[in-house]
Design a binder for this molecule. Structure first.
Ligand SMILES: [Zn+2]
Length: 300
């Protein structure tokens, strides 16, 4: 190969290597997500404790500082994460009792994170349905009782839940989430996108969509995403970098909310309240502390 061609090939290879890095550093060329105003009421639907901070710590703070009301509803207590229970409860073979303890701890952590983000106790709603059970509840177990493979339970065990002792059925979960929506009357609902890979996430997003559609309020829904392949990239703490939409959800119309340095700092502090999760997957959690947060319009 002539020298000039070698030099050209090397230049092109270098440009190819540099492209992903320069994209990741750039602010995404996305429309701005309008910040909630004083008249707004923002509800985050979190499938598990930690999702509220991962997806929405920045927008919750912005809403609060602009005078909006904010609330979070947690669908499950995150009581199905065996690896987590092993580390947190120091048990090599976590029992059902260990996982119930983990669930109680994760609800406490979620409450502390929400306080960090300015969400008052009265607007923190815990439903307590089974981790990794939301898809089953919304299909085969809509009417009949579901037993959690993790905790062995068939009803909501947490005393601070909206409906303590409610049986694990899809209809009870739907009734509780509908009650939160009707009680809080949100003008903006932030829920998991259909493209989110975690089954509890996409199932709870679908339920949110159905409840809002039934009320003629689909225009109040915006999606977020937490679980996607090789995403966020890189999976480590890089607060100066922008979050770009994951490839598998690039058909959605994304909007970007740029965060201030103070909002990023509080997002980091909120995530650190989830001590049980930080122990297991700190790099993944902190990779959501970025220069922006992403929200998408629901497709028709
Ligand atoms: Zn989750």
């Amino acid at each position: 190969m002539p020298l000039a061609s070698v030099a050209l090939a090397a230049l092109l290879a270098l440009a190819g290597l540099m492209r992903p890095q320069s994209c990741a550093w750039a602010q995404p060329a996305l429309p701005a997500m309008p910040a909630p105003g004083a008249q707004d009421r923002v509800l985050v639907i979190a499938p598990h404790p930690d999702d509220e901070s991962l997806c929405c710590a920045g927008i919750l703070q912005r809403a609060r500082s602009n005078g909006a009301a904010t609330a979070v509803v947690w669908i499950t207590a995150g009581d199905g994460f065996a690896l987590d229970a092993m580390l947190v409860e120091h048990s090599p073979w976590p029992t059902q009792a260990d996982l119930r303890l983990l669930g109680a701890q994760r609800l406490t952590e979620a409450a502390a994170a929400a306080i960090e983000l300015g969400v008052p106790r009265a607007q923190q709603y815990f439903l307590g349905y089974p981790d990794r059970g939301v898809t089953a509840l919304m299909s085969d177990y809509y009417q009949r009782s579901y037993r959690s493979g993790s905790t062995g339970l068939t009803a909501v065990p947490y005393p601070q839940a909206l409906s303590p002792s409610a049986g694990f059925t899809g209809s009870n979960l739907e009734r509780d989430l509908a009650r939160v929506i009707d009680q809080f009357a949100p003008t903006l609902v932030l829920a998991a996108a259909p493209q989110d890979r975690h089954p509890d996430h996409n199932a709870s997003g679908a339920l949110a969509r159905r409840l809002l559609a039934r009320r003629g309020q689909l225009d109040r829904l915006r999606y977020w995403i937490v679980h996607a392949a090789h995403w966020p990239d890189p999976r480590r703490y890089r607060p100066e970098m922008s979050l770009l939409p994951p490839a598998e959800a690039n058909t959605l119309q994304w909007q970007s909310l740029a965060l201030t340095g103070a909002e990023r700092a509080h997002k980091l502090a909120a995530l650190r309240q989830h001590r049980s999760q930080i122990k297991v997957m700190e790099s993944f959690l902190l990779s959501f502390v970025r220069a922006n947060e992403l929200f998408a319009l629901p497709a028709d």
